[in-house]
Design a binder for this molecule. Structure first.
Ligand code: NDP
Ligand code: HEM
Length: 492
């Protein structure tokens, strides 16, 4: 005997149980007794084990880590967690695929989510980013319908190439992201060997209250590594959890993955002169005009102990931010500020912020009371209103910065359709050229598109060929030829 105390198994209310595998009944084979609370307690809890999976990004993997400031950035940002070189902040990161269900394959062609919660002294800030620098939409109301086309057909319950490409061909502002997605970066080899990008424009506030627009890039220190389409398809069958396994085992073996963090800065004056809107999520900021400036490193160094408690219950939102780091007027970002806490109230309950993985160090919210699962003492006997007898401090230095941007206009229902700024296909064309600099990358893009597009109806294929023609006529022809080779029209 080791002398280690063996815990006593109990019911949920702490009563010791004699034999958890025995159930009370009449005789050995007679009906069960309703009084057998241990059995009912076990079954009833089991019946409620599942919570709603995330409506998107359901399959994921998480780990704790640390963010360290590596370079002085205080001329650009006044946030406390960025205030000096060497300052460290504890973090929790969750990687994910987007469209698949909780049990789907890690190797799916899909953007990868890269969400990190920073537990700072001024509350949590979440970077809810992807591994792609751009996105499919710039009108927020398109998100639910776009996502429907990535999921299952309501009638057949099958993934549906026609549905997916029909959406793409008719909403061509997604062309840039579609090209990233169908390049080999759409099937990263694992979560460690891919970059993270804010995609959106955010605002960094300086000490004097003025601001710049910024975008964040997290570059993998492990080097980019991707799967080919055929490797990804094979891996989906042989090991659907390969990225979870890779991340867990790397951290367990002490090989801690890290990302170097950079900021791109665009002054309000530069933003005025851009050929496209600074709030357009389908565009990148070219490196030569907006160079990357290094400021930190994120390292993942600790696995979760319990997947459900930590990774599944983690709740990230772009609305979680600290003084000095603000959201921009990007309409997709603005909608996300509502959507994440809203879904989390549904997925995890009103008091989801009290779950340890989500809990900030210094929350003090006595005006928020009650609700299901109020487990942190519910602010005890503190006044539940701004009492003159027990006043709280309110931070006077946090402003709405009403002078930053002036919004003037009539209320309109606006859809930001493709072609509005005349440059929607320029950056996709740049990407086509970038891919041409690495062996096989253009060929892989064409092949990867053809494998998928060949499953769509001919009229949808034709409209999609037209979209790629607008990027580059040769690219459009290659896609047409490769797709028709796989789905000859005579056979349809
Ligand atoms: P650059 O030549 O400076 O940048 C090209 C960037 O493309 C690289 O820095 C790299 O981004 C990314 N890239 C390199 N190889 C591949 C590949 N095989 N598959 C996918 N992406 C690759 O030019 P620009 O900044 O003017 O951008 C040109 C185009 O590059 C853009 O239109 C966009 O499509 C793409 N791109 C641009 C990014 C940006 O923020 N400017 C970021 C990513 C892609 P990274 O260093 O981030 O890995
Ligand atoms: C997850 C909505 C755009 C990155 C989610 C979730 C919702 C959602 C409801 C599930 C959250 C949860 O259950 O906790 C939306 C809407 C969008 C949008 C409405 C546009 C209008 C984006 C964009 C990005 C992004 C542009 C990246 C730049 C993520 C990530 C997750 C996520 C990384 C997973 C977070 C996690 O690991 O828990 N999104 N999203 N989303 N989204 Fe979005």
């Amino acid at each position: 005997m080791s002398g280690k105390r063996v815990p006593t198994y109990t019911t949920t209310n702490g009563n010791p149980v004699k034999d958890p595998l025995a159930s009370q009944r009449i005789g050995k084979h007679g009906p069960l007794l309703l009084q057998d609370f241990a059995l009912i307690d076990l079954l009833a809890h089991f019946d409620r084990e599942r919570i709603p999976e995330r409506v998107v990004h359901a399959k994921g993997s998480g780990a704790y880590g640390e963010f360290e400031v590596t370079d002085d950035i205080t001329d650009l940002n006044c946030a406390d967690f960025l205030s000096k070189i060497g300052k460290k902040t504890k973090t929790f990161t969750r990687f994910s695929t987007v469209g698949g269900e909780k049990g789907s394959a890690d190797a799916a062609r899909d953007p990868r989510g890269f969400a990190t919660k920073f537990y700072t002294d001024e509350g949590n800030i979440d970077w809810v980013y992807n591994n792609t620098p751009v996105f499919f939409i710039r009108d927020p109301s398109k998100f639910p319908v776009f996502i429907h086309t990535q999921k299952r057909n309501p009638e057949t319950n099958l993934k549906d190439a026609t549905m997916m490409w029909d959406y793409i061909a008719n909403n061509q502002e997604c062309c840039h992201q579609i090209m990233v997605l169908f390049s080999d970066r759409g099937t990263p080899a694992n979560y460690r060997q891919m970059n993270g990008y804010s995609g959106h424009t955010y605002k960094w506030i300086k000490k004097d209250g003025s601001f710049n627009y910024v975008q964040i890039h997290m570059k993998t220190d492990q080097g980019i590594k991707n799967l080919t389409n055929d490797e990804a398809v094979a891996l989906s069958g042989t090991n659907p959890d390969h990225a979870q396994e890779d991340l867990f085992n790397s951290i367990k073996s002490g090989s801690f993955p890290s990302w170097t963090c950079y900021v791109q800065v665009c002054t309000p004056e530069q933003a005025e002169k851009l050929k496209w809107s600074v709030f357009d999520l389908t565009k990148v900021w070219p490196h030569d005009q907006f160079p990357l400036r290094r400021f930190g490193k994120l390292t993942l160094n600790k696995n979760v102990q319990n997947y459900f408690a930590e990774t599944e219950q983690a709740a990230f939102s772009p609305s979680n931010t600290v003084p000095g780091w603000e959201t921009s007027a990007d309409p997709v970002l603005q909608s996300r500020l509502f959507s994440y806490p809203d879904t989390q109230r549904h997925r995890l309950g009103t008091n989801f912020a009290q779950i340890p993985v989500n809990c900030p160090y210094h929350a003090h919210t006595p005006y928020h009371r009650d609700g299901q699962m109020a487990v942190n003492g519910n602010s005890g006997s503190l006044p539940n209103y701004p009492s003159s007898f027990e006043p709280l401090q309110y931070r006077q230095d946090i402003n709405l910065h009403e002078k930053h941007e002036k919004w003037v206009g009539e209320a309109v229902a606006y859809q930001w359709v493709v072609g509005t700024d005349g440059v929607d296909f320029q950056q996709p064309a740049e990407l086509w050229k970038v891919l041409g600099k690495t062996p096989d990358q253009q060929e892989h893009l064409v092949y990867n598109i053809a494998v998928s597009l060949s499953g769509a109806r001919p009229e949808v294929q034709d409209k999609t060929f037209g979209m790629f023609d607008k990027v580059d006529a040769h690219f459009g022809k290659l896609v047409r030829d490769a797709t028709l080779q796989r789905s000859p029209r005579s056979k349809l």
